[in-house]
Design a protein around this ligand. Structure first.
Ligand code: NAD
Length: 253
């Protein structure tokens, strides 16, 4: 798909990887609908897109709330008149070990709150936005593409029982959607980033970050632009479907 004037929704588009994706797609001439929780972040991203000559609009929406997501996509179609793509990027972590063993006593460590919050945003949010985007694109008769942001953690990671389950889930959902939606001209794919230098990762202790970088064949964290350019590649290349792109500096080889 030629991205010029195409309307793409990016969830979590206010900052981090979502902002980098917005700027990359803006530079390709796309029109952007950015959904997030924080108006100030949205306004900053919209301003940066405007400097690149792109029309971008912000929408306050919690991706885990069905009514918010329905309103988001109704508003986007009403504002832009069409829809061609979605990047399911909004995501959170609430890390913690699964169980703890202290002084011979075993106890549950990851709480139901930690579990439910991450499920709600990462998994339910992706499900709701994907479902709504697909309905709109089919109603509108536009062919389009959905990109789910997974993670290198999808194959399992210490302290991330909740997060890893969601990131394996969003990758599998993209495969399912590729199989179900191809007949309507809608493609789906996913990206599994390694450690990328956004707030989510930079909030870790510096010693931990150094150790992580040392274990990556590329010997550094990834840059948000390196994920954003992969989103562009998937959206632009009509022969990509269902696959997961691992952009991790070789972490998993
Ligand atoms: P970030 O925390 O910087 O940005 C996430 C954005 O999502 C924020 O703007 C936040 O407000 C928004 N958001 C959170 N909950 C939301 C909700 N309920 N509804 C709407 N918006 C919500 O994180 P990031 O590093 O930019 O990560 C973006 C995505 O990439 C996430 O899905 C994350 O799991 C994934 N990822 C990141 C890395 C990394 O190294 N940064 C690695 C692998 C995967």
């Amino acid at each position: 798909m030629d991205l010029q004037d195409k309307v793409i929704v990016i969830t979590g588009g206010g900052r981090g990887l979502g902002r980098a994706m917005a700027l990359e797609l803006a530079s390709k001439g796309a029109k952007l609908a950015l959904a997030d929780l924080n108006q100030q972040d949205l306004d900053e991203t919209i301003g940066l897109c405007a400097e690149l000559g792109s029309e971008a609009r912000g929408y306050i929406a919690n991706v885990s709330v069905e009514a918010d997501v329905e309103k988001l996509f109704d508003d986007v179609v009403s504002d832009f008149g069409t829809l061609h793509g979605l990047v399911n990027n909004a995501g959170i972590t609430r890390d913690g070990l699964f169980i703890k063993v202290k002084d011979g006593k075993v106890a549950a460590k990851m709480t139901m709150d930690q579990w439910n919050l991450v499920m709600d945003v990462n998994l339910t949010g992706t499900f709701l936005c994907g479902r709504e985007a697909a309905c709109k694109m089919i109603e509108l008769g536009t062919s389009g593409c959905i990109v789910n942001i997974s993670s290198v953690s999808r194959s399992g990671n210490m302290g991330q029982t909740n997060y890893t389950a969601t990131k394996a889930g969003v990758q599998a959902m993209a495969v399912t959607w590729a199989k179900e939606l191809s007949r309507y001209g809608i493609r789906a794919a996913s990206i599994a980033p390694g450690y990328i230098g956004t707030e989510m990762v930079m909030s870790m202790k510096p010693e931990a970050l150094e150790k992580i970088a040392a274990g990556i064949p590329a010997k550094r964290l990834g840059k948000p632009e390196e994920i954003a350019s992969t989103v562009t590649f998937i959206l632009e290349n009509d022969y990509v479907n269902g696959r997961c792109f691992e952009i991790d500096g070789g972490l998993r080889i």
